[in-house]
Design a protein around this ligand. Sequence first.
Ligand code: ZN
Length: 659
Amino acid sequence: MKQNKNNFKYIAEQFADLMILRYRIPGFEELPLKQKELVYYLYEAALCGRTIIIDQHNKYNLAIKSILEVIVKHYKGNRETEEFKKFMVYTKRFWFSNGIHHHYSMKKFLPDFSADYFKSLIENTESEPLIIEENGAIKWLVEKLIPVMFDPDVDARRVNLDPDADVIVTSSNNFYEGVNQREVEEYYSNMSDKNDPEPVSYGLNSKLVKENGRLKEHVWKVKGMYSASIEKIIYWLSKAYNVSENRHQKAALKKLIRFYKTGNLKYFDEYNIEWLKDTDSIIDTINGFIEVYGDAMGYKGSYEGMVSIIDIEATKRIKAISSQAQWFEDNSPIDNKFKKKNVKGISAKAINVVVESGDSSPSTPIGINLPNSTWIREKYGSKSVNLSNIVEAYNEAESESVLKEFAYSEEEIEIQKKYGALADNLHTDLHEVIGHGSGQILPGVGQPHQTLKNYSSAIEETRADLVALYYLPDQKLIDIGIVPDNDVSKAGYNKYIRNGLMTQLARIELGDKIEEPHMRNRQLISLWAYEKGKPGNVIEKKLKNGKTYFVINDYEKLRELFGELLKEIQRITSEGDFETAKNLIETYGVKIDYDVHKEVKERYDKLNIPPYKGFINPVLNPVYDGEKIIDVIIEYPEDFTEQMMYYSEKYSFIFGNIR
Ligand code: ZN
C-alpha cells in the first residue's frame, strides 16, 4: 500500500470494542541507506521480544495462543458459520490484549462460543504438532486451559488494585508465583538499601517465586527466563550497534546488550544514562522491561519495543515552546511563591514510529517520558516524545460522524476540521513540555504521591492540562510563529469541553464511576468550569431535537476560569492539601450525570464506533545484494490476522511454562 497521505487507508477493520488502524512513516524513504539499515536492525530487535509480554500477562497465555493460532491456520471445518466468526473475534481480541485480559479494564473477557465448540475446533484441526502434543498431553492441556478461558472466576483480573485485597494473590499476571503481598513487600524492602542515593529498580526484570519454601527470582536474561527471545534481541542489537549514528548511541546500545546478557540492573541504569545523553540521533529505540503498570506493586517491567525516526518539523514547534519555558512560568496565573525561579522546559521531541511491540502494541501511547528511575530523572533529566504519526492516524480515523453527532453547530465542525489536529498537538506539547515541569512544591511538604496519595495522578494531570488550556489562546503562541490565529484555541476548547462532559463517557459502563486519572481530570476541569461559569452563561447546556450539547458562549471568560482553577490546583500541589484535592475530584471528577451518560452511550452506539484503537505495524523488508542490505522497503499487511499470523511464524521463540 502506498504511503501517500491522500489515499492512505488509515482504518483497517473493527471488531468487538476495538478499531484497528495503520500509520504512515513520513521521512522513512528519504533516510540514507545506513540509517535505514539501523532502523531495520532495531525493528527486528523490537519484534523478537514481542511474545515475552504475552507470557508476563498470564502464564497460560502462550499455550492458549499456540492453540488459537493452530486452529486459525489448520482448521478443516466450515469457517463461514457464526460460531467460527465468534472464535475469530475472540482470537483477535486475544492478540490485541496480548492475552486473555482486556488491555484497558484488566478484566478477563470471555469467548462468545462454548467450550464444547472449542473442543470440536481442536478435533477438526489437523495440525503440525503442537509443542505440548509431543508428550501426548493435548487432552490434558485443553482440560487445563478451558477453565482459564471460559470460567469467569478463574484468573478474573490481570491487575487488581483493590486496597482491601491481597493485590499479588488476586492479580493473575505471571510476575509472581506462590507468594503473597506481604512476602513481596518484605522481600524487596530487605533487598533495598534506604541510604543508597542511586538505587537500581529492584525486581524490574524478574519473576518472583517460592520454591521449596524459599523466595527466588527468575531473572529475564541470557540463560535465564526468556533466554531464547533475549538472545535474538541481542543478535539484532549487535548489528544495530555496528551501524549506530554516534558515540552516545553506540555506548547506549552496548550497555543495553550487557544488561540483557547479565540481567544486572546496574547496567540498565547505565544504559538509561547513556540513552539520555544521545540527543542528536535521527533514529531512536526503546527496548527493555520498561513500564510497571502491569504489576499491582509496581516492581516488574513489561517488555516493550519501539523504533522511531525524529519528526523534524514538529520538533521545531516543541523546541519553540520549550525555549520559552521561563516566560510561561513567569506569566502563569499561579501564586508567585509557587513559581520556579529557574525553569527548564523538558527536552522534548516529536517522532514517527516505525514499529511498536510488547507493551506499546497494538494499543499505543501517544506520548512517552522516560526513564522511570527517579534518581536518574533528577540527576540526568528525561526524554519526552510525542508520537506524531500515531496522532495523525488517530485524527484521520476520528470519524466525522462523532464530530457531527456531538458538535452543536456547523461552525464548530468547520473549526475542528481546520484546526483540530494542530490544537491537539499544541495541547500535548504544552501539557508535557511546560505543564508537568512547571511550579514548585514548598520546602518540607513532600512529593504529591505522599501528600495527595491516590488523588495525586489525577491532580497532576489536571495541573498539566490546565497549563495547556490556559496558554492555548495566548498571543505568545502567535508571536513565536506556531499558531496562525485564535480559532486554533477555539477548536481546542470546544473539543475539550465536548470530550470532558460527553464523549469520553462512551468508554465507561453505564452506572460505573470514573476511575482513570486522565478521565477524572478532564471531567473535573470541564464540569468545574461549567458550574462556575453558570452566572455568566460561559458554557451553555443546550437541547436540540431532543439531544444535549455543551456550547461555549464566552471563550475569554472560560480562559479566566481555567486560570483560576490552575491557581488553586497549583496551591493544592505545592502545599500538599489532601482534603481539598479529594473534595474537588470526588465532587467533579468521579460521579457521572446518569442521564447525560445514558444519552451519550445511546448516541454513540448508533454510530457503531469502537471506543479503543490499536495499530497494525508496517512490515520492513530488506533488499539484499549478497550479504549487503541495499534498501529497505515498507509494506502493509491487508488485515490484523495476517500480521498476527506472520509475527507468530517469525517471532515465536519462547513457550509458556504451565506445569
Ligand atoms: Zn500528563
